[in-house]
Design a binder for this molecule. Sequence first.
Ligand code: SF4
Length: 256
Amino acid sequence: MSIEVSIINNKASNPATLPTLTEELRQSILRKTEKTSLFLKQAVVEFPNVTFANSLGAEDMVLTDIISRGSLPIEIFSLDTGRLPKETYDLITEAESHYQKKFKIYFPNFEKVEDYVNTNGINAFYQSTDLRKACCFIRKVEPLTRALASKQAWITGMRAEQSKTRSDLPFREYDSSNKLEKLNPLSDWTEKEIWGYIRIHSVPYNKLHDEFYPSIGCAPCTRAIAMGEDIRAGRWWWEDENGKECGLHVKQNLNP
Ligand code: SF4
């Protein structure tokens, strides 16, 4: 299957990453920062071994900054699928230096990756949704399961505004797939508030965001978007809009 990649190649800054810092925006960021900080402090009390799945997106860097400023005892981990863009690896290095904190990195099971690639091909995820989901399962879902084992709760940087599949995202929900609480403290933040926070506090971020990549995953499965496109339009762009999740945030369907 041939996949046509439509990438905006100019290096012009994406205006969404540089919002005008009006007084109104500053005030709403301040209010939401205080609310998020309080939410995280309460999470630590309720779930002493709560962990933060840092997917290295703009939202996750805001959470990293809030956790670090509050010196909150929350483990931060990331999944290295082995197919991330160079800019994401650069961000890990920069963030660890900026916050003087190591991110715990989880890798996929190498035997499963070898088996998948040797059976299906190095870029088999373009051939069908089933093969794409199988790749995501090996490189993301299984490592996440290991990262969450024995934890009471996990934190994500998800926002309701990010896509149709996330529009009803609660601040807190039971993750029946992984059997623990899932906390989404940024659920009601807007994209402007995220980028306003990043600019006000000089938070490290993935430089691909400036090149019209609002949502960044693995390199072969992420493209830049055009102005006005959905924030997650550049993820698995060859697939149907409604099924575009990698399995990390899919609710288990309890109905047969
Ligand atoms: S996003 Fe693409 S490369 Fe990454 S795990 Fe999923 S299918 Fe594989």
